[in-house]
Design a protein around this ligand. Structure first.
Ligand code: ANZ
Ligand code: ZN
Length: 820
């Protein structure tokens, strides 16, 4: 059988696409707009199988909406600053810029080879000064609004990368999400974005996203924001003017607060400790610094701590209770201090047992307390031991007891009901080289001074040959020519901020830049952003569930508040692809089970690899490459291509004169493809296309033959459907059919509803539940007609055998049930 040559076909169409640029988006088009976005990659190495999958999925969507008459914005760029590039550059002993831009070119060439429908005129790199001047501009605008600030506090520190990490970059097991080292804490002055100002809105708006975002992303964000309701309670510290305020979700248990605990690494602990206890405290603090938050919060960890030597007063019992420092209380959550209620909180219970502290039960379990003294009771029940001269909550269930205690605290002025969020402000400064310089100057007399907007960008100095190995301070601090400047405010000697921004800042707004690349009056043209935003789809990895996706939502809301954007949510819908694995396991260097994308493409061609990835299953599922058959995909593509050679009718003949049976298949498949693509069931769309190829082959070989106009109609539909998955063979087929390129410009077939109506359906006639006859009937048959038809059928008449018909139940057009 005839075959097409994969390699030369790819070369041919790459040339055509580069010349004709069929996928440029026209901002001024009158068509309805569709913004198809996929997460832009880091330029670390060449594209891999994971990219191949996500880009193949994405391309189906982008090409589909274009077919449907939409103006589609389908841009691509690179998230080109950041630690991965910097670490790789250090390993390979070359400048991060050299490494980064070489990889970008490699990946760009691979994307073009992969036949993706990107509008390359909008390409951007976040490490270009042309882009990052606006990242700096945004930073200063955030600062103007009080949303970017600097503070000293204990921060996550990666000892391997020698840089701070945002909470979101510390994995659940307490390790660095980049290098896997165990994250520790350090006291440092760092820059933060005040994302907590938006905590409630970020939480509330998840409701509007829930129908079109994956559940697991919604849940992850909800948990990350971690809203809880409780109270702030002020405890008088004996011999001190300011109270010790705690956050509690269980104000109902206040009568059981028998001691207090301050986070060992909170400034407050160092402030409260008595001179006598200071040496013990300092020794303890040293040991705390090396523990990760996860370890610290683990409930099965032996409790440690140190008595600070001061006492506080329980506001409801009047009891004098000791104040401890311990590591199971975190410095940056709530107020960094707790009232400990060992009767109802297991960690407090464990601590009380280690330090011999009293337990007062304030909730009565239905089954009573365990005989052996047991443990904390964390369940529900009526309050006990909770009465003083002014207030009693005894007998109340937890919710009522909570609100009663809060009302009392508020009346006494020693507490108030509050809402608390787990979400922390976003720590954005990094002590590394390859990032956006923070556009602030530190002046001994003026303090923190903004770099004037007209002096942006603050360019990253090249530092050729400098040692970029992580040392804990930014390499920029050593670049004296760059660092030493005059203060823009007083003209005196001053220093630039030498930290760079977390790359998640860069990626929090790139989708806006794509709407107006090259815009010089701001980060993006508000009118164009409003025309395109929000993106209609955003495809990418679920690993970004809280990091990038939360930050991008935050940026969008701030920009809306600045009046630069109308939408308050950046991504209307989202799709998370599964992983490409091999032999049942994630591909990894250590397992040696990696599959090279380049090798697969060289062996089977782009179309076959893309088809294999799309046909493998639902997009969210993992794909085990070992179970796939790209060779089989290529055989199918050759079969589809051969159809073109057998079409002998001329273009433009009215298909209505052609074979109706084949036309029914074509129109049904096209109609189904619309629903299937729109519901992201791309694999089923491919299966239906295969069905159409088979039906067409049969019509040519053993039916009406290649001259029938219905055959041409079918093969044209095949070319269009296939082009979303296998663009090279589709272009080839389209050309064979006598059309000018590109198939992407073809008009999507108009489905004729008359051809979707089934010709007949089978109606089953049952008597006493037993099938007695099958009738071929019109799908639109009425109940009365169907009943009459059934009762007249000879087999039915014979089966009734003269008995009286008591009841006939008709479910037209498929069932008649006769009761005799
Ligand atoms: C008294 C109490 C009694 C508490 C009880 C719980 C149960 P969520 O729900 O996560 O917001 N807490 C407050 N600040 C803390 C910190 N910085 N580090 C560690 N734990 C802290 O948790 C709120 C509860 O966690 C608070 O309510 C407090 O303990 C503790 F039967 O106060 B609770
Ligand atoms: Zn100054």
């Amino acid at each position: 059988a005839a075959t097409y040559d994969v390699a030369s076909t790819e070369q041919k169409w790459q040339r055509v696409w580069a010349e004709t640029e069929p996928f440029r988006a026209d901002d001024d088009s009158a068509k309805e707009k569709h913004y198809a976005l996929t997460m832009f990659p880091y330029p670390s190495g060449d594209l891999h199988m994971g990219h191949a999958e996500v880009f193949a999925l994405h391309d189906v969507i982008a090409r589909y909406w274009r077919f449907r008459g939409y103006e589609v914005l389908n841009p691509m760029g690179w998230d080109s600053f950041g630690l991965p590039a910097e670490n790789a550059a250090i390993r390979n002993d070359e400048h991060p810029a050299t490494y980064t831009y070489a990889n970008i070119e490699t990946q760009a060439a691979s994307m073009k080879n992969y036949g993706l429908a990107f509008d390359w005129s909008r390409r951007l790199h976040t490490s270009d000064p042309e882009y990052y001047q606006w990242t700096q501009w945004l930073f200063l605008k955030f600062r103007e609004r009080g949303l970017a600030y600097r503070k000293n506090s204990p921060v996550n520190w990666c000892p391997q990368d020698q840089t701070v990490l945002a909470n979101e970059q510390v994995l659940a097991d307490g390790t660095c999400d980049r290098c896997g080292a165990v994250v520790t804490k350090r006291d440092l002055t760092q820059w933060y974005f005040k994302i907590t100002d938006y905590a409630q809105e970020l939480l509330d708006d998840l409701e509007t996203l829930a129908p079109t975002w994956p559940d697991r992303v919604i849940t992850a964000q909800r948990n990350w924001i971690g809203r809880s309701e409780g109270a702030h309670v002020d405890f008088v510290v004996e011999g001190r003017e300011e109270p010790l305020t705690v956050y509690t979700t269980r104000p109902d248990t206040l009568f059981g607060a028998t001691f207090m605990v301050v986070a060992a690494d909170a400034a407050l602990a160092a402030e409260l400790v008595t001179d006598a206890q200071r040496p013990a405290y300092e020794a303890y603090l040293e040991s705390v610094r090396t523990a990760s938050d996860i370890d610290r919060l683990a409930s099965d960890r032996p409790k440690t701590g140190v008595d600070l030597g001061v006492t506080a007063v329980n506001p409801v019992t009047g009891a004098s209770i000791p104040v401890y420092a311990a590591d199971y209380v975190l410095a940056d959550y709530g107020t960094g201090a707790i009232m400990a209620v060992p009767g109802q909180d297991q960690r407090d219970w464990d601590f009380a047992k280690v330090f011999g502290l009293p337990v007062v039960r304030t909730v009565q379990p239905t089954d009573g307390f365990e005989a052996d003294g047991g443990e904390a009771f964390t369940g529900a029940g009526p309050a006990i031991n909770s009465t003083n001269d002014e207030i009693s909550v005894d007998g109340m269930e937890i919710p009522e007891a909570k609100s009663t205690v809060i009302t009392w605290l508020e009346a006494k002025g020693v507490g108030r009901g509050t809402v608390n969020y787990r979400l922390r402000d976003w720590l954005l400064s990094r002590q590394r080289y390859w990032g956006v310089p923070i556009p602030v100057i530190h002046c001994p007399s003026c303090g923190e001074v903004d770099v004037p907007l007209d002096q942006l960008p603050v360019e990253l100095p090249e530092l050729r040959g400098a040692d970029l190995k992580p040392k804990g301070t930014s390499p920029l601090a050593a670049a004296s020519d760059w660092v030493n400047v005059t203060c823009p405010s007083c003209g005196g000697p001053a220093k630039r901020d030498s930290d760079t921004m977390d790359t998640f800042v860069d990626s929090s707004w790139y989708f806006l830049r794509f709407t107006s690349p090259g815009y010089t009056d701001g980060p993006f043209d508000p009118a164009k952003a409003d025309a395109w935003m929000p993106t209609d789809i955003y495809i990418g990895g679920v690993e970004h569930a809280v990091l990038h996706l939360l930050y991008a939502r935050f940026f969008t809301k701030v920009l809306a508040d600045m009046g630069l954007l109308q939408t308050r949510e950046p991504f209307a819908a989202q799709l998370n692809q599964g992983f490409v694995i091999n032999q049942g396991k994630k591909m990894s260097k250590s397992l040696g089970n990696g599959v090279s994308l380049g090798a697969q493409l060289a062996e089977f061609g782009v179309d076959a690899v893309r088809l294999t990835l799309i046909f493998a299953g639902p997009p969210e599922d993992d794909i085990d490459w070992a179970e796939m058959s790209p060779a089989g995909s290529l055989r199918f593509l050759q079969r589809a291509w051969r159809l073109g050679n057998d079409v002998t009718s001329a273009p433009g003949v009215d298909p209505a004169t052609g074979d109706v049976a084949l036309r029914r298949v074509t129109h049904r498949v096209v109609a189904d493809a619309e629903t299937l693509v729109e519901s992201h069931r791309f694999n089923v769309m491919v299966a239906r296309t295969m069905e159409l190829v088979n039906a067409t082959r049969k019509a040519i070989d053993t039916g009406v033959g290649g001259a029938d106009p219905a055959v041409r109609e079918a093969v044209e539909a095949v070319a269009m459907l296939l082009s979303m998955v296998a663009p090279y063979v589709a272009e080839e087929l389209w050309e064979t059919l006598g059309h000018a390129p590109s198939v992407a410009n073809a008009a999507w077939p108009v489905v004729d509803p008359a051809l979707l109506v089934e010709e007949s359906v089978t109606a089953v006639v049952q008597i006493q539940g037993k099938v007695r006859a099958r009738l071929e009937v019109d799908p639109g048959i009425s109940a009365a007609d169907l009943e009459a038809l059934a009762l007249a059928d000879p087999a039915v008449v014979a089966a009734i055998d003269g008995r009286e018909v008591r009841k006939v139940i008709v479910r037209e057009p498929k069932l008649v049930n006769v009761v005799v």
